[in-house]
Design a protein around this ligand. Structure first.
Ligand code: ATP
Length: 589
């Protein structure tokens, strides 16, 4: 068996998942032991029965049949208990592993998702976990049991006839070498199979989440071709692994069969010579079968262990990769929040390569409507990302009401900061349930009030099921403007003092635009609203405008002052003015 130090660490970690259920494991183990003992007794009883049948000893035959029946029943019961316990343990370990991975994913910093593909999470959560749990419960118990069986049955066959037992043993080194060699190959092939599985899951996830893009680009055929390529590789790899396992099994079966023939020939000869009783010969042939099968299982376990080690490596590797330094988060609760925000000398970079924000200094008063404008890539979204604490500034400090962002307790921060995305995400749940995700305690009255402020109540009321209408995947059945208004209502329900709003770049109908603007105006009276602005009307009416260029704040003031004094703002404004006169769009990115 090829197990190195690293594997031992993996196994030790896996054992942590077994520990809470050790009593059940012991029971499973005992039922299996009972199974082995009854398996060992049975051939002996059958041998006695046959001898008694030939000896015309009818009362003894009845005794033997009675005993055989009892042993059979105990054996069946033990088999059932074993099945029940191992299934329970296997499902429980799957549950525990998945729970740990899922919990880790939910609590990951956003930067982790910049690196990992969704498919990697899916394939490990689904594929590897099941495999590991099965092998921990079934294979691990089996290994111990089969080793025990080899020892016990080994003692029995050696005590029956040492020469015959040695003949049975001959096949072992050969079978061992076969499985050892094939085990190494299988492990390598499995690693490749799992990698393919990651790619496969990623591809499917990307296709489904980007289906609109794929269709509009006419990339269906290309996507299907990639899918076929991946599925074919998966099929070929899985087949190859099965063939390799099959070949190794076939070779060892041939070796086994040869040794059985040798045992028959030698055993028959010993009976003929009178050095072995018929009863012992019958029992021996059955035991030698058990012995070789167990020995085969023990060697075969090597392949399973190689497989489980690959999966363990991937699962724990994923968990470890996700083991980002736990960034200290403060415990300070925000009480009655004013909503003033300060950026002091804030710089930030997503990676080593480029500085995205450069020495940002901003002083945003509460209850104001602030528009952020700037060319695409100038760093507007990154400002929001930092405020949302998705990433931490590489330099400088951000405060809310004078409290450093880093010191604010997580729940408190989320309660006071709400975000309305360009393409808001809704679950496949009813409107009411989607809104309640933001505030589970909200009453129907609260929901209606928020929806009225967000100018979406009348629309919801016009739907057949009103607030109980179920939204399609990602709110597909409602328009972009309606989605944003619903998202505003959701943000309002959070009762957050600061609302971040990423205006939709896509053209909204006039009615939607006016309603969104009115909703924001109403909200801005009592909240600090920061808007990544893409519409002229938003910019013109903002209390303050932040002008961004190449990761720097190059202007701060209202439209009138900026249009007079700020060159970059003038340029942005002028470059869009033609569009603006035809449609009420766009300033900046
Ligand atoms: N997760 C990320 N990892 C690495 N770089 C990123 C990441 N997100 C954004 N960037 C880079 O940071 C810079 C600023 O991006 P940001 O999204 O903040 O710009 P923006 O002004 O909001 O642009 P737009 O108006 O097009 O949305 C860009 O150069 C972008 O490529």
């Amino acid at each position: 068996m090829v197990i190195n130090k690293k594997d031992i660490v993996l196994i030790k970690r896996a054992i942590q998942y077994i520990k809470p259920y050790k009593i059940r494991f012991i029971f499973a183990f005992l039922t299996i032991l009972l199974g082995i003992i009854t398996d060992i007794i049975q051939p002996l009883l059958w041998a006695k029965l046959i001898v008694n049948l030939f000896g015309n000893n009818f009362p003894k035959v009845i005794d033997n049949i009675l005993l055989i029946t009892i042993v059979f029943l105990v054996n069946s019961l033990a088999g059932f208990m074993r099945l029940y316990l191992t299934s329970f343990l296997s499902q429980q370990i799957i549950f525990d592993l998945k729970k740990d991975i899922y919990n880790r994913i939910l609590n990951l910093p956003i930067k982790a998702f910049d690196k990992m593909r969704t498919g990697d999470f899916m394939s490990r959560l689904e594929g590897d976990v099941g495999g590991v749990a099965d092998i921990i419960t079934n294979q691990l118990i089996n290994t111990i049991v089969e080793i025990l069986r080899v020892i016990i049955v080994g003692i029995v066959i050696f005590s029956i006839n040492i020469h015959l037992a040695l003949l049975v043993l001959i096949c072992f080194p050969v079978t061992y070498v076969i499985y050892h060699k094939f085990g190494v190959i299988i492990r390598k092939e499995n690693e490749k199979l799992f990698e393919l599985n990651d790619n496969y899951f990623s591809h499917i996830h990307q296709t489904i989440s980007g289906i609109r893009e794929i269709k509009s680009l006419g990339a269906n055929i290309l996507s299907f071709r990639n899918f076929l390529e991946l599925s074919t590789s998966l099929k070929v790899k899985a087949l190859k692994i099965n063939i390799i396992s099959g070949v190794s099994q076939m070779i060892s079966q041939i070796v086994n069969f040869s040794s059985e023939i040798l045992v028959m020939l030698a055993g028959g000869y010993f009976v003929y010579k009178g050095t072995l009783t018929m009863e012992n010969f019958i029992a021996f042939t059955s035991y030698s079968g058990q012995f070789s099968n167990s020995l085969m299982s023990v060697t075969r376990i090597n392949a399973s262990i190689q497989q489980v080690l690959t999966s363990l490596e991937r699962i724990f590797g994923l968990l470890d990769n996700l083991n980002y330094d736990i960034e200290p988060i403060g415990k300070q609760k925000l009480k009655k929040v004013n909503g003033s925000i300060v950026f002091k000398n804030v710089s930030f970079q997503y990676n080593e390569e480029n500085q995205v924000l450069k020495n940002i200094n901003l002083n945003i008063s509460s209850n104001k409507k602030i528009a952020i404008v700037g060319q695409s890539g100038s760093g507007k979204t990154t400002l929001f990302n930092l405020l949302l604490r998705f990433y931490r500034p590489t330099k400088g400090i951000i405060t809310i009401d004078g409290i450093p962002l880093i010191d604010i307790d997580e729940t408190s921060l989320r309660e006071n900061l709400a975000m309305v995305h360009q393409e808001p995400y809704f679950m496949t749940l009813s409107i009411k349930e989607n809104l309640k995700l933001a505030s589970p305690e909200a009453t129907d009255k609260d929901l209606i009030e928020a929806c009225k402020i967000a100018y979406i109540h009348d629309f919801i009321n016009s739907l057949p099921d009103k607030y109980d209408t179920v939204l399609g995947e990602n709110g597909i059945t409602i328009s972009g403007g309606q989605k944003q208004r619903l998202a505003i209502a959701r943000a309002l329900l959070r009762n957050a003092k600061i609302i971040l709003f990423d205006e939709a770049t896509s053209a909204l109908d006039n009615e939607s635009q006016i309603k969104i603007k009115e909703a924001i105006d109403q909200i801005a009276a009592k909240h600090t609203v920061l808007i990544i602005a893409h519409r002229l009307v938003t910019v013109l009416e903002a209390d303050e405008i932040i002008v961004m260029s190449n990761g720097e704040v190059v202007g701060f003031g209202n439209h009138n002052s900026l249009i007079k004094n700020n060159e970059i703002y003038q340029k942005l404004y002028k470059s869009e003015i033609t569009t603006i006169t035809s449609t009420p769009k766009v300033v900046g990115g």
